[in-house]
Structure formats: C-alpha cells, structure tokens
Design a binder for this molecule. Structure first.
Ligand SMILES: Cc1ncc(COP(=O)(O)O)c(C=O)c1O
Length: 368
C-alpha cells in the first residue's frame, strides 16, 4: 500500500516555510500587534491590488464576509436572492440570516450556476444574485452582470474558492457590488485558523462594511457610526497570510501543473469523467480537482483503502438537507453531480510521484 497521501498537508507546508512562519509569529508576538494593526492593513492593501478592487476588508470568516455583504446591500424580508444549492451552506445561510428568501437554480457541468436559468426565476421581489465561483473556476460573469444591470440586482460574488481565477482576463471578485474570500486552512490561501475578506469598489459600502466588522467603529473608537458585529481578521492571521501571499502565483502554477497531470493520467477511463477543462475565456486555479463517476462510493472506498484521502463536496445538496426548509426546489443536475463527485488531493506540496500514485490507484479500480 502507498504511504498515506493526504487530502491537504498542512504540516508539510509548515516545514517547507518554517523559518518564515516562525519569523512572523516572533514579530507579531514581540510587538504585541494583535487587532487592527499594520499587517492587516498591508494584507488588505496587497489583496485589493491583486484582485483589482479599491477596497479589501478583513473579517473573521468567509461566512461573515457573505453575511456582512448581504446586510450592507440591504437584503432583508420580502427580498429574493438567486443562488445555487451546489455550494457551501454559508452562501445560502447569508441570505436566510438577513431574513431574505433564497431562490436556488441549477448548475452546469462545470459545477457553476447555469446562467440561462436566472431570468426564469426573476420576479419583482428579486434583489440580488450570489454567483459562486466553485473549485477555482469563474462563473459566466458577462451574463450575470448583464442581467444584474437589466433588472437592477445587487451581486455578491462568492469567490471563497477562487482567489486568482479569471474570467476574460479579469479576476474573480472584481465584478460584483461586493465579493468574498475565505482563508479557511484548506483554501488555496489558507491560514492556520479562520479568516475572510470582503472586496468592493464602492467607497460607501466599504465604509459601512468596516463599521459592521468592528462594532460600528471606523476611524475612532470614540465615534460609533452604527450597531455592528465583532468580526475582524486578526493581525497574526493577516501577517501569516501576507507572508504566504508572496508564493501564491507560484502555487497556482503548481496547481495547474497537477491538474494537467491528472487530466492526462486519467483521460480514457471508461466510466470516469475528469475535471472539466475550460476554454481560454477562463483562467482556472484548481481550488479542487473534481472527477465524476457513477461508481463514486466504491471508488472512494478503494482510494481510502489505498491510503489516499479524498473529499466529497457535497454528498447531500442543500435543497435536500431537510432542516433547511429548501426541499421545494427541483435541481436535477445538482442532484446528479452530488451522487458522482470526488475531489482528489490537490495542493502545491503534492509531489509528481504522489500524483502518479493517485492516477495509478484510480486506474487499478476501473481495471478490476
Ligand atoms: C463556496 C464557499 N463559500 C463560503 C465559504 C465559507 O467560508 P468560511 O469557511 O471561511 O466561513 C466557503 C468555505 O468553506 C466556501 O467554500
């Protein structure tokens, strides 16, 4: 049996960058710079520049970034917000927590929102759209922004899985009224804990979001501009993220190399569909490499028995989670995809040999 191949390998990254991780810790601890300090400002500045937005506002999680965005855009009771069920629960949660109603539409074979279904569900109550750029692949932002303009809808881009991804040469998270990232450890830019970011080009929204994340305070602790929440990206995480950010483009290149190796290694297996390969309209960054097969559960078992960790995102789509009250939606592509998907190990520290072992192990299963 092969040595264990992890789905993500945090200790390996730490060992490779140990000197830098330790130096960041030493600096932040020695200076006692914990909340709303220089590293946060620098990381926000660097991220905004990278994405191409005027503002980036660090918060506690991607979940909070979605919720604060929805609040800042005024989503509330009586409003309908269009999104997908093939996403992490927080996307839909942000809508519900504001008192608005989620309207779920189906996805395409690239796992993203089927933009041709948007217009069919628009009503006078529709106020917003939350496209999710899943697995590091952009949604069709031409169509989404065209409809948003036509029907006067607000757009929150859920780019939790798409830092660095592009649509027609423009980075994800630079299209919408606001957009969000997650720095959950397994994300392409992950922190050892939780973290999130909101991006926007709108100065008024940015000020509101800064107030929301810090109990209404923006410039002075003595002036409270509104009631808010306490959901700041803390300075230690910002410092770590900023240090890691230097490597980010190199890591994307490595992810794209691994994706190509999986594509080439797995192509031609009867009963298996490799991760969809996008045309030149898109620049994919492979937060996840997702294969599909009708024999999903058997293959997962085979991979796990062979020491290869994989993930299923997601086995039960959100509209099939009984507790959420969304069972009235009928989303056949989402349902089929949920029965078939497996995410393979995908991270820059994965070696060529490990990729080959994964490929061989998948082949072994289908040869049996
Ligand atoms: C698509 C998507 N949206 C939102 C989130 C929420 O981010 P976080 O875990 O940082 O709250 C995630 C993270 O899992 C995600 O994958």
């Amino acid at each position: 049996m092969a040595d264990k191949i992890r789905f993500v390998n945090y200790p390996k990254q730490y060992q490779q960058l140990k000197t830098e991780f330790d130096a960041v810790f030493e600096e932040v601890m020695s200076n006692g710079d914990f909340i709303m300090r220089r590293h946060l400002e620098e990381f926000e500045h660097n991220l905004a520049q990278y994405v191409g937005t005027r503002h980036a506002i660090g918060v506690n999680t991607g979940t909070d970034a979605l919720y604060l965005s929805a609040q800042a855009l005024g989503f509330g009771p009586g409003d309908e917000i269009i999104t997908v069920a093939h996403t992490f629960v927080a996307t839909v949660g942000a809508i519900v927590q504001c008192g608005a109603k989620p309207i779920l539409i189906d996805i395409r074979d690239d796992f993203n929102m089927d933009v041709n279904q948007i217009e069919q569900v628009i009503t006078p109550k529709t106020k917003g759209l939350i496209p999710v750029h899943l697995n590091g692949h952009a949604c069709d932002m031409d169509k989404i922004m065209e409809l948003a303009q036509k029907y006067n809808l607000k757009v929150i881009e859920d780019a939790a899985q798409a830092l660095g991804a592009e649509f027609k040469g423009k980075r994800c998270a630079s299209f919408g009224d606001t957009s969000i990232f997650s720095f959950y450890p397994a994300k392409m830019l992950g922190t050892p804990g939780d973290g999130g970011m909101i991006c926007t080009n709108d100065d008024t929204l940015a000020r509101k979001l800064r107030a929301f994340r810090d109990n209404g305070r923006v410039e002075s602790v003595d002036v409270i501009e509104c009631f808010g929440w306490c959901t700041r990206l803390d300075n230690l995480h910002a410092a770590i993220l900023d240090m890691k950010f230097k490597y980010f483009d190199k890591w994307i290149e490595r992810r794209r190399e691994i994706a190509l190796a999986y594509d080439q290694g797995l192509i031609g297996i009867e009963g298996l569909t490799v991760h969809p390969r996008a045309d030149a309209t898109y620049f994919d960054v492979y937060q996840n490499y997702v294969i599909r097969t009708k024999r999903r559960d058997e293959l997962v078992q085979h991979l796990r028995n062979s020491g290869i960790e994989v993930l299923i995102s997601w086995r039960t789509p959100l509209h099939k989670q009984k507790a959420l009250g969304l069972t009235h939606f009928n989303l056949p592509v989402t349902e089929q995809i949920s029965n078939e998907v497996i995410s393979l190990p995908m991270y820059p520290e994965l070696t060529d040999d490990e990729v080959q072992i994964v490929v061989n192990t998948v082949w072994d299963f289908f040869k049996k």
